[in-house]
Ligand binder design. Structure first.
Ligand code: ZN
Length: 295
């Protein structure tokens, strides 16, 4: 059974999630307060996982298995669960110790093969074999991890991937953990919700660099990303300027989050259609805002 301290700590984490971004939905799996063993200590970090559920398995993927366990591995299999789909949402599965780390380490001060006793775990609905994470899912993850680090008094360096804890056995999660720790560190520095300027630089995915004829690891301004996405890859400078001017009118400078979503998309997604979809979303948001104002 989790101790009352374990339950209180989870409640504080959920409060902190809401303070960072109240639009991140948090639900509780029934019985969460009684699920898992007592920690007997404050956990010192987080292991990031994917649940390997089929991409067709819906919003909550393998949440049932993560809650109850499977043959040979009793549940809970993590404390937290991040949904797939277009809404940032998290389920609290358990307040107590979960079976998620397995053999591995030592890492971040946690003794070898002792991950479960020292570390929280987060499972995310993702097939782990090429399914793209939605911007919403990444956002829920970064906010959750920041909230956990804040409450347990650790920095972003205490977020580790399962593939880092157990490199010979595990591949999860598929994205670069340095990148995820960077997102978490940004929130811990209080930069959540701040608008990005059109001149802010975005680190592009290698695919995007390749498409744009840039060296891997290149950075591009938000304006450049917008222009590229709007132009469908067209790179003539004059035309990009025209498109950007049109986009500036359409977007205005009022909306705080879409540019960040776009920047995330540019860094994360490997598909220009996704970038274009994000631009369309940006434009639609602004149209809706203007329609509301003119009423
Ligand atoms: Zn894992």
């Amino acid at each position: 059974m989790p101790s009352s301290a374990d339950v209180t700590r989870i409640r504080r984490i959920v409060d902190q999630i809401k303070r960072y971004d109240s639009s991140v939905k948090v639900t509780f799996v029934s019985g969460w307060q009684n699920r898992g063993g007592s920690f007997g200590r404050t956990p010192v970090g987080m292991i990031d996982h994917h649940d390997a559920s089929a991409s067709s398995s819906g919003t909550w993927g393998a949440l049932g298995v993560v809650t109850s366990g499977r043959a040979g591995l009793p549940g809970p299999l993590s404390q937290f669960f991040v949904a797939r789909g277009s809404t940032p949402q998290i389920a609290v599965v358990a307040a107590g110790v979960a079976n998620h780390a397995g053999l591995g380490g030592p890492k971040i001060g946690v003794p070898r093969n002792s991950g479960n006793a020292y570390l929280y775990g987060t499972e995310k609905a993702n097939n782990g074999t090429g399914e793209r994470y939605s911007a919403a899912s990444i956002h829920a993850t970064e906010v959750l991890f920041a909230a956990v680090m804040k409450v347990i008094g650790q920095d972003a360096g205490h977020v580790v991937g399962h593939k880092e804890w157990a490199p010979t056995r595990k591949i999860d999660p598929t994205y670069d953990m340095g990148w995820m720790r960077g997102l978490v560190a940004k929130i811990l520095r209080g930069e959540v919700g701040k608008d990005m300027e059109l001149t802010d630089k975005v680190k592009l995915s290698n695919w995007a660099c390749d498409q744009m004829g840039l060296k891997p690891g290149s950075k591009l301004s938000v304006a450049g990303v917008l222009a590229y996405a709007a132009a469908g890859g067209y790179r003539n400078a004059e035309d990009i300027d025209k498109i950007l001017a049109t986009l500036r009118d359409a977007i205005g400078s009022t909306e705080k989050t879409p540019r960040q979503a776009l920047a995330t998309a540019a860094g994360l997604h490997d598909n220009v259609l996704e970038l274009q979809r994000q631009v369309q979303w940006l434009v639609d948001q602004e149209k809706a805002r203007q329609a509301k104002e003119s009423k």
